[in-house]
Ligand binder design. Structure first.
Ligand SMILES: *[C@@H]1O[C@H](CO)[C@@H](O)[C@H](O)[C@H]1NC(C)=O
Ligand SMILES: *[C@@H]1O[C@H](CO)[C@@H](O)[C@H](O)[C@H]1NC(C)=O
Ligand SMILES: *[C@@H]1O[C@H](CO)[C@@H](O)[C@H](O)[C@H]1NC(C)=O
Ligand SMILES: *[C@@H]1O[C@H](CO)[C@@H](O)[C@H](O)[C@H]1NC(C)=O
Ligand SMILES: *[C@@H]1O[C@H](CO)[C@@H](O)[C@H](O)[C@H]1NC(C)=O
Ligand SMILES: *[C@@H]1O[C@H](CO)[C@@H](O)[C@H](O)[C@H]1NC(C)=O
Ligand SMILES: *[C@@H]1O[C@H](CO)[C@@H](O)[C@H](O)[C@H]1NC(C)=O
Ligand SMILES: *[C@@H]1O[C@H](CO)[C@@H](O)[C@H](O)[C@H]1NC(C)=O
Length: 254
């Protein structure tokens, strides 16, 4: 039953054998980019606009994942503006349209917290009633690769006795489930791993119109003995995909 609901069996394959299928007048779509490579844990942002004949009233907008080679038969809904209950919970939490007003003819979407299973082709469909609608011919091909982007660790000048904050910015500018950000502190030689007294760590989510930045600050007061310490910031996406960056502290005397 669930499978039936999730897997929309569409019957638009008839004319796809041999040559280009005809595109009915008025239905156009512009998906950009048509090919996108995304690292696991990060997000895919697809820019998209569509047109439809004036006499058509879209009631539902769907993004569908192709489940077969030619994307002719089996498709799985990953987003539905009207009937989100028809979409698997995992997708419901991760996929959204950037513009909710369908009359704007803007099908741009974001898929957050990308994982290997998201690799594949996706296509857009509008529905005018429960059974009727139109699936656009153009597709976006998402390729998923391992996470290689590293966090950025920003260090101001460190002067003995002056309290400072180190900042670690997670890669990606995604609005999905926030990554966890942790710090490690390690002195070469004696392998000390304790943070200095009075260290505070604060997690910050910085939301701007377009981007979400996840960052963490580590605030402490350097002393001469912190010179040469290695500080590592580790960012973990989807609870298992890790990336880290290590910096060596240079503390100057007053
Ligand atoms: C689609 O909507 C998003 C979010 O409102 C916006 O950022 C984007 O510029 C729009 N695209 C077009 C082509 O209008
Ligand atoms: C999607 O893109 C990848 C990488 O460019 C390519 O290897 C793959 O064949 C493409 N998939 C389809 C279905 O076109
Ligand atoms: C400190 O970090 C540097 C690279 O930033 C690395 O080469 C060095 O081995 C690290 N030292 C220790 C003790 O971890
Ligand atoms: C510090 O750790 C490194 C690697 O774990 C180890 O090889 C080294 O012997 C340790 N040094 C001390 C002083 O414990
Ligand atoms: C930590 O904070 C306490 C209380 O604010 C202060 O008395 C102490 O000197 C501080 N220690 C360091 C190492 O800064
Ligand atoms: C949040 O982002 C804006 C724009 O990028 C930047 O100006 C601001 O300093 C950031 N705030 C924090 C707390 O990082
Ligand atoms: C938003 O994120 C993109 C990368 O996805 C980045 O290139 C751009 O500078 C960011 N814009 C702002 C205002 O932070
Ligand atoms: C500290 O100094 C070392 C050697 O001079 C340099 O490689 C390293 O990048 C410096 N670290 C920072 C955070 O400036």
């Amino acid at each position: 039953m669930w499978l039936l609901i999730w897997t929309l069996l569409l019957t638009e394959s008839l004319c796809e054998e041999g040559g280009k299928p005809p595109v009915p007048d008025g239905y156009n779509i512009n998906i950009s980019p048509a090919e996108i490579t995304v690292q696991t844990g990060l997000c895919a942002v697809i820019s998209c606009t569509f047109t439809h004949p004036d006499n058509v009233q879209p009631k539902d907008a769907l993004w569908l994942k192709c489940l077969d080679e030619g994307c002719t038969n089996k498709k799985e809904a990953i987003f539905s503006s009207e009937q989100s209950s028809n979409v698997k919970k995992d997708y419901r939490q991760r996929v959204s349209l950037l513009e909710r007003d369908l009359s704007k003819k803007n099908c741009s979407m974001i898929i957050n917290n990308i994982n290997e299973n998201d690799q594949g082709k996706y296509t857009f469909r509008i529905k005018t009633s429960k059974a009727a609608g139109y699936t656009y011919k153009d597709k976006v091909n998402i390729t998923v690769t391992d996470l290689t982007q590293k966090p950025s660790v920003l260090i101001p000048a460190l002067t003995e006795g002056e309290t400072v904050s180190l900042t670690c910015i997670a890669p990606g500018f995604c609005s999905g489930r926030p990554p966890s950000i942790t710090w490690r502190w390690r002195r070469p030689g004696d392998n000390t791993t304790e943070f200095p007294d009075n260290t505070t760590i604060q997690k910050i989510e910085n939301l701007t119109n377009v981007n979400t930045t996840h960052l963490s600050t580590l605030t402490f007061t350097p002393s001469a003995e912190h010179n040469g310490i290695n500080v590592t910031c580790q960012v973990t996406f989807n609870e298992k995909i890790k990336t880290e960056e290590t910096v060596t502290l240079n503390v100057t005397c007053e």
